[in-house]
Write a protein that binds this ligand. Structure first.
Ligand code: SF4
Length: 309
């Protein structure tokens, strides 16, 4: 049975998620329910369920929101069309988009203005990609793989590349290589964020020393799914779980060292019962494995000044 637990650091909440959660938390404290949020505020079932119990209503269409209501945009960002629709409906918006996602929107908007054709490396249908695509839909193609790049038609204009913030660092390098070999003049912005990069490095490091890796995070959390894939790519069995209830004890058979991490939208308290359970199973050594120190903090968005929310 396991005797050692390796805890990846950094893991769990990033600065963008902390900011988005703080925003919705503050609005719910100050205003009567219901408060609306466009899309899940962050991609974590436990976090979203907790807000639902406090009166938050998560919607995927602004048509579901009565005119004049308070609405919070999620950390993943929204397209300009959604912003315009919110204005038309006179919704009182607080935008909790992560500033690192906003940066990708601004890059995309400028590139479109400057006459580029844009390649957006990312997963079709993900909230963040839908929002970024909306900056210049007529000039943007989504590519998710080197095969997608090879299938593109010839570009008649210069090419500009942006990426989703939560992609696999290794897979994206392959896609960008394919873009560079097809369009040697392409201007490339790799927008994978610091939190994604650090968590992938940390999970790879613990996976190389573990017999089993557990990644806490929801199925719709892109960065959590990537962490499981990065861990599994080392050859170590790796499972993504929403919480302790999804662990099959048979996974621990023959395992001496367990690695544990969590996606950027996961509260650390979800790991506590897993750690306690592992101690009951015989783990006597808990070792944090630190690959980076994170000091990033984002300021609250406008509209959240004291008394104004
Ligand atoms: Fe921002 Fe990165 Fe966190 Fe997404 S994962 S909210 S881009 S810091």
């Amino acid at each position: 049975m396991p005797h050692t637990l390796l805890l990846a650091e950094p893991r769990g909440f990033c600065a963008g998620v902390v900011r988005a959660i703080d925003v919705l938390d503050a609005v719910l404290d100050r205003e009567p329910a219901p408060v609306y949020a466009f899309h899940e505020i962050v991609h974590n079932r436990h976090v979203v369920d907790g807000f639902r119990q406090r009166g938050a209503i998560f919607v995927d269409s602004l048509e579901e929101v009565p005119e004049g209501s308070r609405i919070v945009f999620s950390a993943h960002g929204v397209s300009p069309a959604v912003v315009e629709e919110a204005e038309r409906r006179q919704l009182r918006v607080i935008d909790a988009t992560c500033p690192l996602v906003t940066k990708v929107h601004l890059e995309t908007r400028k590139a479109a203005r400057d006459g580029f054709e844009i390649l957006l490396v990312g997963h079709r249908g993900h909230d963040e990609v839908v929002g970024t695509l909306g900056e210049a839909p007529e000039r943007t193609s989504i590519v998710d793989s080197a095969e997608d790049v090879r299938a593109l038609s010839e570009r008649t204009k210069p090419v500009f590349v942006v990426t989703q913030t939560t992609l696999s660092v290794d897979d994206t390098a392959g896609v960008i290589d394919a873009i560079r070999s097809r369009y040697p003049e392409a201007q490339v912005r790799n927008d994978i964020c610091y939190a994604t990069t650090n968590r992938q490095l940390a999970v790879r490091t613990i996976a190389e020393r573990s017999d089993l890796v557990l990644v806490v995070g929801s199925i719709n959390s892109s960065n959590s799914v990537r962490l499981q894939q990065v861990a599994a790519s080392t050859g170590t069995p790796a499972y993504r779980i929403d919480g302790i209830e999804e662990i099959d004890p048979a996974w621990y058979d023959g395992v001496e060292v367990v690695g544990l991490t969590a996606g950027a939208s996961v509260p650390d308290e979800l790991l506590d019962p897993i750690i306690e359970d592992l101690k009951r199973r015989g783990v006597t050594r808990v070792e944090p494995v630190v690959v980076a120190e994170e000091t990033v903090v984002f300021q609250p968005p406008s509209g959240l000044d004291p008394g104004r929310a």
